[in-house]
Ligand binder design. Structure first.
Ligand SMILES: Cc1cc2nc3c(=O)[nH]c(=O)nc-3n(C[C@H](O)[C@H](O)[C@H](O)COP(=O)(O)OP(=O)(O)OC[C@H]3O[C@@H](n4cnc5c(N)ncnc54)[C@H](O)[C@@H]3O)c2cc1C
Length: 425
């Protein structure tokens, strides 16, 4: 059974970037539909730090108050080189009305975005999976499968996901926010270019003493970067990068179980390995850790889509480029970009001239290329600069700052360290 639909814009993927694009479309009064193959928002902390520039954008979007109500504010970044403290960067002087980092689990941010969409009377179509993309003479035709759960079996009853119906969408524009493994990008045969080293990231969420902490701790050693992010309600998140990279699989998507407590396959998730890494890489006083509440091993690749805007399809968020998890850069660049794309879309829909969209796509590409040229984690380079301390480029990539705030910190670091690259807007 085919159902034909003609929204002006179809948003594919309701992760943080797709939902932010949806809210921007609501604000601009552009008619749209949004679909996601998962059954609801993500369930983990994932990218959990918002930069001052992201907060400025969320303020313009009218949702910063809700976000800050569920965040804690980090006022400083402490830098560690192996066992010793390198520096303390106070964020209070950043050139922003919000001179701090907001720490909020990604699941809470997604709940706020979802609530905002639903309050406007719009519904996200969960359990709707993009199946195909065709370019017809009259424009795009996107097939979307509606997935239902059905009880199956005779001897043993079990639940299976089956396609209930297929919907056909004929939008003027498709915003592809379907994540790192973007099916739309693959159907369009667009390369996802590698623009930096692949690496593994091991994440541990822990429950701590109730003592509130407002300092982000970043550690640098030959094994990689490490971060300790205090989260609301006495929870904290450790992230450790390593050169060990598992296979990139579909399990990276939130709709699949992540390698939770799969200790035989991932011994680096064991408690003894966790204790070892804290001791080696972030040995500062973190208070008593009561319990590890979530752990995951995630492969990351620094990637950039060969094409970002191409005849009716705009790639957004992790579908367009991905990497640098310690600094939550993908999220912090992706949220404001979603807004910029929708603003540019307005003039395209009115006039048919896509110059502004081309410019936004170029900006996204250039900013990511600038960031990628700061070496994120390359052990040989790190060893070379070891005598003079940590390579400042690595510090810039690991800090959850973007644009003018990153430039400000780069300038401060340049007073004490050698800097090869500066990122500018
Ligand atoms: C376990 C884990 C930990 C992470 N930790 C960090 C971290 O510490 N720091 C950091 O910066 N980043 C981290 N990330 C990455 C971060 O979550 C992403 O950068 C961010 O979510 C990007 O948002 P997005 O909306 O572009 O993509 P996503 O959040 O991936 O959303 C894409 C959406 O598209 C949907 N989708 C996919 N295919 C289809 C289809 N065919 N049809 C319909 N819908 C589809 C998915 O269900 C999903 O909801 C982590 C990711 C994972 C998985």
């Amino acid at each position: 059974m085919w159902k034909r639909k003609h929204p002006t814009v179809l948003v594919a993927g309701a992760g943080p970037i797709g939902m932010t694009a949806a809210i921007s479309l609501l604000r601009q009064g552009i008619d749209f539909e949004i679909v996601d193959k998962a059954s609801g928002p993500c369930k983990h902390s994932k990218a959990c730090m918002l930069s001052p520039e992201t907060m400025e954008f969320l303020n313009d979007l009218g949702i910063l108050d809700q976000v800050l109500a569920k965040s804690i504010r980090l006022h400083a970044v402490q830098l560690f080189d192996g066992g010793s403290r390198l520096a303390n960067l106070s964020l209070g002087e950043l050139p922003s009305p919000f001179p701090f980092i907001a720490s909020i689990p990604q699941m809470d941010l997604e709940e706020i975005l979802l609530e905002c969409i639903e309050q406007s009377g719009k519904k996200i179509r969960w359990n709707h999976r993009i199946a195909s993309v065709q370019r017809l003479q009259e424009g795009l035709c996107i097939e979307v499968d509606r997935i239902g759960k059905h009880m199956m079996g005779y001897a043993v009853m079990h639940e299976e996901k089956l396609v209930d119906a297929t919907l056909q969408y004929f939008p003027k524009v498709l915003l592809a926010a379907d994540g790192f493994h973007s099916l739309i990008r693959r159907l369009e045969k667009i390369e996802y270019e590698q623009v930096g080293e692949d690496f593994g990231s091991v994440l541990f969420e822990v429950r701590r003493n109730p003592r509130e902490d407002h300092v982000l701790k970043l550690g640098f050693s030959n094994e990689g970067c490490s971060a300790y992010v205090p989260l609301p309600h006495g929870v904290g998140r450790f992230g450790f990068t390593s050169t060990y990279v598992e296979e990139f699989s579909a399990d990276r998507d939130k709709s699949h179980p992540i390698y939770d407590e799969d200790l035989e396959k991932f011994p680096e998730l064991s408690e003894s390995h966790f204790n070892h890494m804290v001791e080696q890489r972030l040995p500062s006083q973190l208070g008593k850790i009561k319990e590890i509440t979530w752990r995951a091993s995630v492969p990351f690749g620094v990637r950039l889509s060969e094409s970002i805007w191409n005849q009716g399809i705009f790639f957004l968020g992790d579908a367009a480029r991905s990497g640098f998890p310690i600094g939550a850069k993908s999220l912090n660049l992706g949220l404001p970009e979603a807004g910029a794309v929708v603003t540019a879309l307005t003039s395209y829909l009115e006039t048919g001239d896509d110059t502004e969209l081309v410019n936004v796509a170029d900006d996204i590409r250039m900013e990511w290329e600038d960031l990628s040229s700061l070496v994120y984690f390359a052990s040989d380079r790190f060893t070379q600069s070891k005598d003079n301390g940590v390579d400042p480029n690595i510090i810039l990539q690991a800090s959850p700052l973007t644009g003018k705030d990153l430039e400000y910190v780069a300038n401060r670091l340049s007073q004490v360290m050698r800097i090869d690259f500066l990122v500018t807007n």
